[in-house]
Design a protein around this ligand. Structure first.
Ligand code: SF4
Length: 520
């Protein structure tokens, strides 16, 4: 195995014998094979689209297969092997759609067939297609991996949107186009730079349709106080980003008298151990369940962990039964947290915010967002938020916020608006971008001219595509941490520094804060 797609990559280079995330080596190899097949399918779909031929089943398969390979989604060898079998059937369908003979003059990824092969043979043949062999030139390889991981993140968001019935042709056309380029040996470094930027652009469309789908199904986010304690009674803890699944579960749990909770995602082994609740993961990020609570863990959709019960579809009666069997929590009061500061909510206060900037009450904005992770070094973000001066406003989103959103009260308000505004999930990066653009418009300047610093924490491939979206928008000076991606070569990093002024996060949040604000 070799995998370097996430921030945890062993020794800052990649996991080669043991995966830091717990992914078995055979699963890693099978993912490489599934990715290889997805490229073959993409080549055929791209050719078919040139003749205006499309198939929604194939389009959906591509995004689901990619989502399956995202970090902390699926660890089950048998499930991945099943997907390889499905990909073979989809490849045939795509060849028929494109009118292309799989044995003709086509890329090797189209020719490779899973027909008649066993899971053991898949594992042997998977060794031929590791992610390290995209290209002999290390900078082209680096850009190819950046694009591949960006496409995985894009596919994950596209799947969230598709679950809610929201799709966009630009997404389904771009993913195959990009993969077709990735298996074309003639693709140049310059073309790969362009494709990475386009990936970021298409992802903005994707986050926009996802945002619209969330609003049309569940309403416009508005500032809401959310309790963080427990109430007495049976409990289900949900992890993930699939709001449709969440909504269906809420209906069923409500009728059964079971309470539903969310959590901060990356502290599972500590938070779940010994809790009398059922846990269900609907998207990333599942971590290896400890034996003490593994029997309480359920997965659904593309998520899987060997030995954990999987729920197909939306009948959650087994999860509800487990929650009742476990008895649930006793009542314990928790600190309420404010959330729901989407772009509509924040921009409804635009005049106040603009006025506060003009009067000097707000001197700086920080966008501190992104993933949480399990490695040390993530207290950087808490440190920075704690030390941010009182005349600054902090926007946050995604699960990294669980490191500091308990500080809301002590951070206080500016002009009646909380200084720490929780914009939402990682896909709500779209909302943060809209807020930044609206501020730039109000001040008649560019986003890069605003007193705004963006500090991102990355962990997996959704963060990669969000970063590509910010780069596509021309946003400069972004700090990325806690470590830089293992797949970025020194030359590509130089390119990003020269063109986008990207900076790695420093040793401490306070140190970087001083640098940002020009304090000696
Ligand atoms: Fe390592 Fe991350 Fe890949 Fe898991 S997903 S094998 S932790 S690089």
């Amino acid at each position: 195995m070799f995998c370097n797609q996430c921030e945890q990559a062993a020794n800052g280079t990649g996991c080669s014998t043991v995966a830091v995330c717990g992914k078995p080596a055979v699963v890693s190899d099978l993912f490489d094979l599934l990715l290889w097949q997805t490229k073959g399918i993409s080549y055929l779909v791209n050719e078919a689209r040139k003749a205006d031929k499309k198939d929604p089943e194939i389009d959906r398969f591509i995004i689901e297969a990619l989502f399956l390979t995202v970090t902390n989604v699926n660890f089950d060898e048998d499930v991945v092997a099943t997907w390889i079998g499905k990909a073979e059937a989809i490849m045939d369908k795509a060849a028929a759609l494109a009118g292309i003979d799989r044995n003709g003059d086509v890329p090797a990824a189209v020719k490779w067939s899973a027909k008649g092969k066993t899971e053991a043979q898949y594992i042997v043949e998977a060794q031929i297609h590791p992610i390290t062999t995209f290209h002999a030139n290390e900078d082209i390889q680096s850009l190819m991996q950046l694009l591949t991981y960006g496409l995985k993140g894009l596919a994950a968001y596209a799947e969230h949107a598709a679950v809610l019935g929201a799709t966009d042709e630009s997404i389904f056309a771009f993913i195959p186009e990009a993969f077709a380029a990735l298996i074309n040996p003639a693709t140049t470094l310059e073309q790969l730079v362009g494709l990475n930027m386009k990936c970021g652009e298409v992802n903005i469309t994707c986050m926009a349709i996802l945002n619209a789908a969330h609003i049309s199904h569940y309403g416009t986010p508005e500032p809401t106080s959310v309790p963080t304690g427990t109430v007495a009674g049976p409990a289900i803890v949900v992890s993930g980003h699939d709001l449709y699944m969440f909504d269906r579960l809420l209906d069923q749990a409500d009728a059964a008298g079971v309470n539903v909770y969310t959590h901060g995602e990356m502290n599972q082994q500590k938070e779940f151990d010994g809790q009398p609740a059922a846990f269900i993961f609907n998207t990333n990020c599942i971590q290896e369940p400890k034996a003490s609570y593994a029997k309480q863990v359920f997965t659904t959709s593309v998520v899987g962990w060997p030995g954990c019960q999987h729920v197909d579809g939306y009948d959650f009666s087994t999860v509800i039964a487990k929650a009742k069997e476990l008895g649930g929590f006793t009542a314990k009061e928790g600190k309420p947290l404010m959330t729901g500061f989407g772009h509509d909510a924040v921009l409804s206060h635009a005049e106040t915010v603009v006025g506060a900037v003009k009067s000097g009450a707000i001197k700086h904005f920080f966008l501190v967002g992104g993933c949480d992770g399990a490695k040390p070094g993530r207290n950087y973000y808490t440190d920075l938020v704690e030390a941010a001066p009182k005349d600054s406003m902090i926007l946050t989103l995604a699960c990294g916020k669980f490191r500091f959103n308990h500080l809301q009260e002590e951070l206080g308000n500016i002009g009646g608006i909380p200084r720490l505004l929780d914009v939402g999930q990682c896909n709500d990066a779209f909302s943060a971008v809209k807020i930044a653009m609206a501020l730039a418009e109000a001040f008649e300047c560019g986003v890069n001219d605003l007193p705004l610093s963006i500090i991102l924490s990355w962990y997996e491939q959704k963060a990669v595509v969000v970063l590509l979206s910010l780069l596509h928008l021309g946003i400069k000076g972004i700090r990325v941490g806690p470590t830089l991606p293992a797949f970025i070569t020194p030359n590509i990093l130089n390119f990003l520094v020269e063109n986008f002024d990207i900076k790695p996060t420093g040793n401490s949040g306070r140190g970087d804060l001083e640098e940002i604000l020009g304090v000696a």
